[in-house]
Ligand binder design. Structure first.
Ligand SMILES: O=c1nc[nH]c2c1ncn2[C@H]1C[C@H](O)[C@@H](COP(=O)(O)OP(=O)(O)OP(=O)(O)O)O1
Length: 223
């Protein structure tokens, strides 16, 4: 059973349509998020921690809103900024900007305790630490074992391999509109509609999470 690791029910709702019925369940686990400028190392670390917690395959979803004229703020800190300022005040910060272009980004990190380069023998998966690297197409710098050093919480010689999938959607920050979705959806407009004005199916067809899930689902089915 694959566990989709998040405390956010909005993410689960969107992920469900990409993951076959009954093959995945939510793991409501609040892994420690490291401080980093990019989502990939945060998601990769989270996936290793969640794998140890779950004892089986996990998919971690780390996402954020990046405002161009604010040098990517709030980016990896989107969750903290939503909880502290809230989206109305993020709109107030963006309103005076001439250029309100922004993007949502999502990184999915998959970890099952095995490597991914060679086709792994399912019987041999267990607790083995494989040295195989994540594929170059979808991997960020942290997808390759050894790049973030030894995990201090364990005695492992190498960090567990993690496979990364990234999704991105461009748009712009607008005054809040719509009741659907979650998080920053009411202030993020894509193609004339805010994400909060779209239903889940329409949002998935264009969103950062939809793109990342599509890549993951394709790889997962063929692995
Ligand atoms: O499609 C989206 N539509 C609107 N807002 C979104 C979206 N995707 C991410 N976001 C915002 C919500 C949160 O402020 C932050 C994600 O933070 P992030 O740490 O990945 O997730 P989280 O704290 O909500 O739950 P968890 O870490 O348990 O998965 O970006």
């Amino acid at each position: 059973m694959l566990r989709y690791v998040t405390t956010n029910p909005g993410k689960v709702r969107e992920a469900e349509s990409y993951l076959a019925d009954g093959s995945v369940s939510q793991l409501d686990f609040d892994y420690a998020e490291i401080q980093a400028d990019e989502l990939a190392p945060i998601a990769a670390r989270g996936a290793r921690e969640a794998y140890r917690e779950a004892g089986g395959p996990v998919l971690v979803d780390d996402a954020g809103l990046f405002v161009e004229a604010l040098d990517g703020f709030p980016g990896p800190y989107s969750s903290y900024v939503e909880d502290t300022l809230g989206i109305d005040r993020v709109w107030e910060i963006a309103e005076p900007l001439e250029d309100r272009r922004a993007a949502f980004r999502c990184t999915l990190a998959y970890c099952d305790g095995a490597g991914f380069a060679a086709s792994p023998d399912p019987v041999d998966r267990g607790d083995r630490v494989a040295a195989a690297a994540a594929g170059p197409d979808d991997a960020g710098p942290d997808g390759t074992p050894g790049t973030d050093g030894t995990d201090s919480e364990t005695e492992r010689a190498e960090p567990l391999p993690v496979k990364l999938f990234e999704g991105y959607v461009p748009g712009r920050i607008v005054a809040p509109r719509g009741d659907g979705g979650f998080g920053y959806d009411p202030i993020f407009e894509h193609d004339g509609e805010t994400f909060a004005e779209m239903d889940t199916e329409r949002k998935n067809a264009v969103s950062h999470r939809g793109r990342a899930l599509e890549k993951f689902a394709e790889w997962y089915a063929d692995r």
